[in-house]
Design a protein around this ligand. Structure first.
Ligand code: GLV
Ligand code: MN
Ligand code: MN
Length: 410
């Protein structure tokens, strides 16, 4: 089996649940297992490892004054997520370095592998936590006070995992040292290929694609308050049931998204107190809306507010971004050299640490590996090993060819 095949096999048991999905939420035992794997793999490659002030993991192949190329992704998952969203980018980076080392190659520029902490926000609700903290896009006090569903604070979770949350905060020197960043990622969905009718890499018959940018994305919380009462004694006409209001929100979200050509998801609902035989006092919903432009996202949220009579509170907003032309061109050239074909260009509907870096002025880009099902954030996420191996070869080409002084421009 190939190096990358073996590496993915070593990861397969970590955080796997009975449904075949993965629970690798930040600062849990599974996350710790993934982090140990990172450090062990880096050590076996002779890389110098480091945990930064925000808990992000780094493995340096060459580290001298000046800039360099960073490759990697994240190791955490959403609850019951897939095997590849995140770890594929990290494992591919290690496999690429191993192949270059075995061939006796040394990089002309600094090279580091990164695993950003808590990219999915699956536990504390804010995505790309590690990269946002590092670039100063997230206030460390706000991060420390975030709580998970059990009420555990992020700073306590970090401390329990052996890290010091007092150190959280911006890392401008580190950010300035990143000339370019490349994140290899499993394809998510089958989004339209630029300049073609094909939807996704399978339809385009291509193992790899280059991501051009990331759609804007917002998360809102909606609270519907009602009147708690007895399920067996309150006439239907007299009820003020917040779960009925919550249902109206879900239906309004679907209709508004269809009307606006956007994507709206209510992926989390909490009902209090949550008794089968009691009308609830409150229902809270978390709404995720994305689309090709900000205008349609804002219109979706306005439509939901008007149709369901609710007041959505924005919890996060990520503006649309385009990846660095210099780096997308560099990836496209490497794909051409390795496969002899052009890599289709397509957008990303999912958020990524590479997007946070790009927004902070780092020249970032992403390489997507074909996902036949398109499924992501769920156990059905997949990619063929043969396609992954082509992705590793492209990464190796990028690492070997990255210029000494770093000529990337954002
Ligand atoms: C992260 O993967 C997101 O897009 O929610
Ligand atoms: Mn990801
Ligand atoms: Mn994800």
């Amino acid at each position: 089996m190939s190096r990358i095949g073996r590496l993915l096999e070593t990861l397969a048991p970590i955080g796997r649940n009975e449904q075949g999905g993965y629970d690798r939420l930040a600062w849990t035992d599974a996350d710790a297992g993934m982090r140990r794997w990172f450090l062990a793999e880096a050590a076996s490659l002779g890389l110098e490892t480091e945990v930064d002030r925000n808990g992000n993991l780094w493995a340096h192949w060459r580290r001298q004054p000046g800039g360099g190329l960073v490759v990697g992704s994240h190791l955490d998952s959403v609850p019951n997520g897939g095997a590849l969203d995140g770890p594929l980018g990290v494992a591919s980076a290690f496999a690429a370095i191993r192949s270059l080392k075995e061939a006796g190659e040394t990089p002309a520029s600094n090279v580091a592998v990164v695993a950003f902490v808590d990219e999915e926000g699956g536990r504390f609700g804010i995505a790309c936590l590690g990269s946002r903290l590092m670039t100063g896009a997230l206030d460390p006090d706000r991060a420390r006070a975030l709580t998970d569903r059990e009420g555990v604070r992020l700073d306590d979770a970090m401390r329990a995992a052996g890290l010091d949350p007092d150190g959280l905060g911006p890392d401008p020197v580190r950010v300035a040292s990143i000339t370019a960043a490349v994140e290899l990622h499993v394809e998510q969905g089958h989004l339209p290929i630029d300049g073609s009718d094909a939807a996704g890499l399978t339809a385009a018959d291509a193992p790899l694609g280059v991501l051009t940018g990331i759609w804007p994305h917002g998360r809102w919380r909606i609270d519907v308050v009602g009147q708690a009462d007895h399920a067996g004694t309150t006439p239907m006409a007299d009820r003020d049931d917040p779960v009925v209001g919550a249902a109206a929100v879900v239906l309004a979200a679907r209709e508004a998204a269809i009307l606006e050509g956007a994507l709206a998801t209510v992926g989390r609902v909490e009902v209090e107190p949550g008794a089968v035989n009691a009308i609830a006092a409150r229902a809270s919903l978390w709404l995720d809306v994305r689309g090709a432009d900000e205008g349609r996202i804002r219109r979706v949220v306005d439509r939901i507010a008007a149709a369901a009579g609710v007041d959505p509170v924005q919890e996060s907003w990520t503006a649309s971004m385009r990846f660095a032309r210099s780096e997308t061109r560099r990836i496209a050239a490497a794909v051409r050299e390795v496969t002899g074909s052009e890599a289709p260009a397509l957008p990303s509907g999912a958020g990524h640490d590479a997007g946070v870096l790009q927004a902070a002025g780092v020249a970032a880009a992403m390489l997507a590996v074909r996902n036949p099902t398109g499924v992501s954030h769920a156990p059905g996420e997949s990619a063929d090993l043969a396609d992954i191996e082509v992705g590793v070869a492209v990464l190796a080409r990028l690492l070997a060819g990255f210029p000494a002084s770093g000529t990337a421009t954002a």
